[in-house]
Design a protein around this ligand. Structure first.
Ligand code: PMT
Length: 417
């Protein structure tokens, strides 16, 4: 989450649904991430959860009453200001009634007044029992809100409090947060309209149908880079060897690959992107031939012949000299000795703009953990060492560097999505 939500003014409207208890966790997570969360509860919401819960979690006053007095002003007037100054208004859970009211411009309670006054992106997370979400009236209201630019976080299928099953359950906090990050990024991120490809994980080079050669890369650094690119508003493709092991960031296009050859094919098929970030630990070698059957231990001592894999980053770096694709090329360097010598050589040899070098022997750096310590190597500048920090913070700094390249070149995005 790092800095995206820091200081952001978010209005969280809560409606009357059994799912109201779930958004206490959302309010808490947003607050922990540094957002200023102003909660509005409808009358019905207060039958499920109290203002005190949200006040304790957000450390801010909670509003409920259209006709009270707040900031010295009648509440309905104070909340026009709140709606106007908010950077995001999220209504979760959004009931059929509140969706209908806001879709039709009714303003008979504090939440609907605030929603009408808001000038920021509007996000609805509908949650309701039985077939209410599928009802044509609700669907028409959802469609009309969408047509006006609101973002709808689709409810998930599951079992309701009534015992019925269907689509209408509020997604889990992780998913709600992912959508909110996406909306904020697309609204104000420095890479809006850019397309970014990130590779993650260690490639797997098959020996036989059950065994492979690989390395210790968990994919965490690559996934953090994909999330940071989404937070910056980019359209992001994540080419991953660990899909299924790590939850993908919400909003990413996930492409699952296994070997270096597969990864290379997918990277080279993305010629329209602006930025390529190679965080994957690509195996330099693969078995000369993969057996089509499982090698048996009673067979004669197997001999392992290795052949060199394509160097994806170097290949792209070479093409770039001809056609200028991609605009920004970032590689990583995983070293165990002579970091400066090897990373500087990779910057040149692979024709990258930035090499993010990590020393795998340093405590807290490199494979699998939650942290990393990296040094930026760029052309014509002294290496820039960064402190030991979370992989998310490293990722944010890489994406900030990328965004700066476009800003310095005064290069406007070619395609807005
Ligand atoms: O996944 P985690 O557990 O979070 O760990 C993160 C990490 C240590 C894997 C990551 O921070 C990292 O260093 N990734 C690059 C690992 C690597 O392959 O380094 P390298 O020095 O061998 O390769 C240099 C660059 O060339 C890399 O961008 C690599 O993706 C690329 N390469 C390498 C070989 C090859 N055949 N093709 C390539 O494109």
């Amino acid at each position: 989450m790092e800095t995206l939500l820091q200081g952001k003014r978010i209005v969280l409207g809560v409606c009357g649904s059994i799912a109201a208890y779930k958004v206490a966790d959302l309010a808490s997570k947003l607050t922990q991430a540094g957002a200023l969360v102003d909660v509005i509860l409808t009358d019905a919401a207060q039958r499920f959860i109290t203002p005190l819960t949200f006040q304790a979690l957000t450390g801010r006053p909670v509003s409920t009453d259209l006709w009270g007095v707040g900031s010295g002003l009648p509440t309905h007037i104070a909340h026009v200001g709140l709606g106007e100054s908010a950077e995001l208004l999220v209504i979760a859970p959004a009931t059929a009634n509140t969706l209908a009211k806001i879709a039709h411009g009714l303003a008979d309670d504090l939440l609907s007044v605030t929603a009408l006054a808001a000038r920021c992106p509007l996000v609805f997370a509908p949650a309701m029992d039985g077939g209410m979400y599928e009802h044509p009236a609700t669907q028409a209201n959802v469609a009309s809100l969408r047509a006006r630019g609101a973002v709808i976080i689709e409810p998930v299928v599951g079992r309701f409090a009534s015992g019925l099953e269907g689509r209408g359950r509020l997604p889990e906090t992780r998913e709600l947060l992912g959508h909110l990050r996406r909306v904020l990024g697309q609204h104000m991120g420095a890479l809006r309209g850019r397309r970014v490809v990130v590779t993650a994980g260690g490639t797997r080079e098959a020996l036989d149908p059950v065994r492979y050669l690989s390395n210790h890369s968990s994919g965490k650094q690559g996934y953090a880079l994909a999330q940071a690119a989404l937070d910056a508003g980019a359209e992001v493709t994540l080419i991953s060897t660990v899909a299924g092991h790590l939850p993908p960031p919400i909003g990413v296009e996930l492409v699952s690959v296994s070997s270096a050859a597969e990864m290379e094919a997918v990277v080279l098929a993305r010629r329209e992107v602006d930025v390529l970030i190679m965080a994957a630990a690509v195996a330099d070698f693969r078995p000369a031939s993969a057996q089509s059957y499982k090698l048996k231990k009673d067979q004669a001592q197997p001999q392992l012949e290795l052949v060199q894999n394509p160097d994806i980053l170097a290949g792209v770096g070479q093409m770039r000299q001809q056609d200028g694709w991609p605009r920004v090329l970032v590689g990583f360097a995983a070293e165990t000795n002579d970091l400066h010598t090897h990373a500087s050589a990779k910057l040149e040899r692979k024709n990258a703009d930035l090499i993010v070098a990590n020393d795998l022997t340093e405590p807290g750096a490199g494979f699998a953990g939650e942290t990393n310590r990296v040094t930026f190597f760029t052309r014509g500048q002294a290496p820039q060492p960064l402190p030991l920090q979370s992989k998310a913070a490293v990722a944010e700094q890489v994406l900030a560097w990328v965004a700066q390249q476009f800003a310095l070149a005064k290069d406007a995005p070619k395609h807005y999505t």
